[in-house]
Every structure is written in structure tokens, then in C-alpha cells.
Write a protein that binds this ligand. Structure first.
Ligand SMILES: NC(=O)c1ccc[n+]([C@@H]2O[C@H](COP(=O)([O-])OP(=O)(O)OC[C@H]3O[C@@H](n4cnc5c(N)ncnc54)[C@H](O)[C@@H]3O)[C@@H](O)[C@H]2O)c1
Length: 82
């Protein structure tokens, strides 16, 4: 099973992702545009973890979001992008 987290490199999103991966085997697809607020260093401890799939992109990119939904079929989407 997979969840899609948007804005998962930001303050709340990255803490959510780390907490999620610490307590679940479920895969997290993390879509973040890496604006001034996004920082992959927030996610350094899960770098290389196969359960964490980071995708750099914009939630407004309908083609990208459609592709991710089709490919990963997440059971839930959590939006922290802002
Ligand atoms: N931090 C708080 O105290 C607080 C309190 C209440 C509500 N919120 C809300 O929670 C949400 C997250 O807050 P935060 O503090 O983690 O914000 P943040 O600015 O730290 O993180 C936002 C993340 O979203 C990403 N992002 C921005 N635009 C994007 C786009 N178009 N596509 C993909 N990614 C994009 C940024 O790169 C960043 O990683 C916001 O909606 C905020 O308003 C935050």
C-alpha cells in the first residue's frame, strides 16, 4: 500500500513522513516542488530508504499528478504543500 504526501519536504510534511516511516511499512510517495521552504535535508535520515519515493514537482502539474496517481495508486493523499 502507498500514500501520497504533497509538500513532504516542508516543516510539517517532512515530520509527518519521518513519523510515518518510523511506524509503518507503507510506502510514501513524496511530491514537493522544493520551494524556499522545502529542504531535502529534513529527510536525510530516510535517504536511500526504498519506502520513500521523492518526486520533485508541482502539485499544480496535472499531468504529473495524474501519472503518480496511476502509477502508485495511493490509498490516501495528504496535502501539506503551501
Ligand atoms: N507550520 C505551522 O505552524 C502551521 C500551522 C497551521 C497550518 N499550517 C499549514 O500546514 C501546511 C504546511 O505547513 P508547513 O509549515 O509545513 O509549510 P512549509 O512552507 O514548511 O512547507 C510547505 C512545503 O510545500 C512545498 N510546496 C509549496 N508549493 C508547492 C507546490 N505547488 N507543489 C509542491 N510542493 C509545494 C514546499 O517546497 C515545502 O516543502 C500549510 O498549508 C500551512 O498553512 C501550518
Amino acid at each position: 500500500m502507498t500514500i501520497l504526501v504533497t509538500g513532504g519536504a516542508g516543516f510539517i510534511g517532512s515530520n509527518f513522513v519521518l513519523d510515518w516511516l518510523a511506524g509503518s511499512d507503507e510506502q510514501v510517495v513524496n511530491l514537493d516542488a522544493l520551494t524556499y521552504a522545502g529542504n531535502l535535508e529534513n529527510l536525510a535520515t530516510v535517504d536511500g530508504d526504498p519506502r520513500h519515493v521523492f518526486v520533485k514537482g508541482d502539485i499544480g502539474d496535472a499531468e504529473l499528478v495524474t501519472r503518480l496517481l496511476k502509477e502508485y495508486q495511493p490509498r490516501a493523499v495528504l496535502n501539506f504543500a503551501a
